[in-house]
Design a protein around this ligand. Structure first.
Ligand code: G4P
Length: 537
């Protein structure tokens, strides 16, 4: 591949291409309790990041141990994650990004999906596709991010695998089973890998380690009859004939366009079927390709460095209001000390970033497209900011999402109003919450995607800004950003709906809806007004 250098000549940058081809940057999406932590743990086991599973979280208790990954208890009782983990797997280098789940589900969860090249969707086979997963699929598909699916917990009583496939098909359009379970629950005997034409036999109780699996090549091998019994072997063959004919063949282009997902079955707890997914991921999931900027499409193979901020995380050193800005590298090579341009404020900085390799935070010497680097941020970096080696670019598609919960903030000490506002603007710039100021009064409304963020705000205001607050419920269910090309209609809308209008921290007009019914009615009544559920930074 040829790239243009500073003099406008083209030459091959084979090292850059090699580094790009090796990388797989992905996140796991799932509904709480589907098994995201468990599978992460097994993936880290295969990536040699941990030596024994069970170290991410000690079972049966809330005590999180050493590993810095996911759900790890921090001093303030807030679950803040390292967000990214890099490790090698076979010939690839994997960047696994955390998508905060459970109660710490937030805009960060959604926005992380803007920084990945593919997703692993984990489904609890007893429950099928659940709410949260559906929301995350929606975001992923908007961005045409390819999805690999893992149907988990086959060691339990689950729904019929065909029913699950049909549900997946309904959400994504098409699916191709790659592995297929032989029985489930107490009668779970193994997995047949359709593409490899091999069966691996299941034995419970080995979930904490990588074990040697018993492989039987060829579905019609009589060893299979001996291993699982003649009747079950014949049933499996019949079932597979049906399955292979009923679902489309795997098509790489459809997968890359997010129109088809390869489906794997297994049990994360039993560490069974997980390496099949990793093999699928390294084989099919795309390396970094390109990102759309407002000005042009930026290819990963371009020699000049560029990247965007998708997350800002509060650092432990809260006395200094220190934060790490997470940058997804889009193109070129990062080198420690290189000069990069903070495009929004047009300031050149000498880059001194950190990377997160195998769970440890280290100074980044070099990094490539697909990698995530962290820059210390003392308040000048915002979500959505672009860094380049000079070119004025702004990467698009790093939005704010309409809040799903809203509460009114009340100060315990009323004199601290100014301080509170400054602090809230600061926190909203990190992107986990949004603030809205109604046009008609001096209230301050906080909006979030997950309710834990409200507790995080209380804690951080107290510790970092010395401001104490409490929340009051308000009659609001969500917010929409308002725009119209017709200024007369917009004025009319504003006059009639003043009581429901507010400005967000960026001064953008928003409609605070008391109910979904109300929102739908107002939409019908004002067809010239656009109600957006996302807003670009
Ligand atoms: P999450 O991060 O998606 O929320 O899910 P997590 O991995 O924490 O898993 C949720 C529960 O499901 C855990 O049980 C976990 O052990 C269990 N689990 C995950 N994968 C499997 C599987 O393949 N088979 C079975 N049978 N269970 C599985 P828990 O009792 O809630 O927690 P714990 O005490 O075991 O940690």
């Amino acid at each position: 591949m040829f790239v243009r250098n500073n003099e406008g000549k083209t030459r091959v940058n084979s090292n850059l291409i090699k580094q790009i081809q090796k990388r797989r940057t992905f996140a796991i999406i799932s509904h709480p309790d589907a098994g995201k932590t468990t599978i992460t743990e097994k993936i880290l086991l295969f990536g040699n990041v941990i030596q024994k599973a069970g170290t991410v979280k000690s079972r049966g208790s809330n005590q999180y141990v050493k590993s810095d990954w996911m759900k790890i208890e921090k001093k303030r009782g807030i679950s803040v994650t390292t967000s990214v983990m890099q490790f090698p797997y076979k010939d690839c280098l994997i960047n696994l990004l955390d998508t905060p789940g459970h109660k710490d589900f937030s805009e960060d969860t959604y926005r992380t999906l803007t920084a990945v090249d593919s997703c692993l969707m984990v489904i609890d086979a007893a429950k099928g596709i659940e709410d949260r997963t559906r929301k995350l699929i929606k975001i992923t598909r908007l961005r045409k991010t390819p999805i690999i699916t893992f149907v988990n917990k086959l060691d339990r009583d689950v729904q019929e695998p065909m029913e699950i496939l049909d549900a997946i098909q309904n959400e994504i359009g098409a699916c191709t089973p790659i592995s297929w379970p032989i029985g489930y629950g107490k009668r779970f005997r193994g997995l047949y890998h359709i593409h490899r034409n091999e069966t691996i036999l299941y034995k419970s109780g080995h979930g904490h380690e990588i074990r040697k699996t018993h492989v039987i090549k060829d579905l019609y091998n009589l060893d299979l009859d001996k291993a699982i019994g003649k009747d079950l072997a014949e049933n499996t063959r019949e079932e597979l004939e049906l399955i292979i004919n009923a679902y489309p063949k795997f098509d790489q282009n459809h997968f890359l366009a997010s129109k088809l997902t390869p489906v794997y079955f297994g049990t994360a707890l039993g560490n069974f079927g997980v390496d099949y997914i990793l093999d699928g991921l390294t084989k099919w999931a795309p390396p970094p390709r390109f990102h759309q900027a407002n000005e042009r499409l930026v290819k990963a193979s371009e020699e000049k460095f560029s990247g965007f901020v998708f997350k800002i995380q509060a650092n432990m050193d809260h006395k200094h209001h220190d934060r790490i800005a997470f940058i997804r590298i889009v193109s070129g090579k990062y080198l420690r000390g290189m000069k990069i341009n903070h495009v929004r404020i047009n300031k050149i900085i000498g880059a001194d970033a950190v990377v997160f390799i195998a769970g440890c935070r280290k100074r980044a010497e070099q990094a490539y497209p697909g990698d995530i680097i962290g820059l210390h941020n003392h308040g000048t970096i915002k979500i959505g900011d672009t860094f380049t080696q000079g070119e004025k670019l702004k990467f698009s598609g790093i939005p704010n999402f309409a809040p799903e919960f809203l509460r009114r903030i009340c100060l315990k000490e009323p004199l601290k109003q100014k301080q509170l506002l400054r602090a809230l603007i600061h926190l909203s710039e990190e992107g986990a919450i949004q603030i809205f100021r109604p046009l008609q009064n001096n209230d301050l409304i906080v909006g979030a995607i997950g309710t834990l963020q409200f507790d995080v705000v209380v804690e951080r205001l107290k510790i970092e800004y010395n401001v104490e607050i409490i929340y009051k419920d308000i009659n609001a269910i969500t917010a929409r950003w308002i725009e119209s090309e017709n200024s007369r209609k917009l004025e009319e809308f504003k006059n009639k709906n003043r009581a429901n209008l507010a400005l967000d921290s960026g001064g953008n007009l928003s409609y605070i809806a008391p109910t979904m019914l109300n929102l739908n009615l107002v939409r019908e009544r004002f067809p010239n007004i656009e109600f957006y559920s996302t807003r670009e930074h």
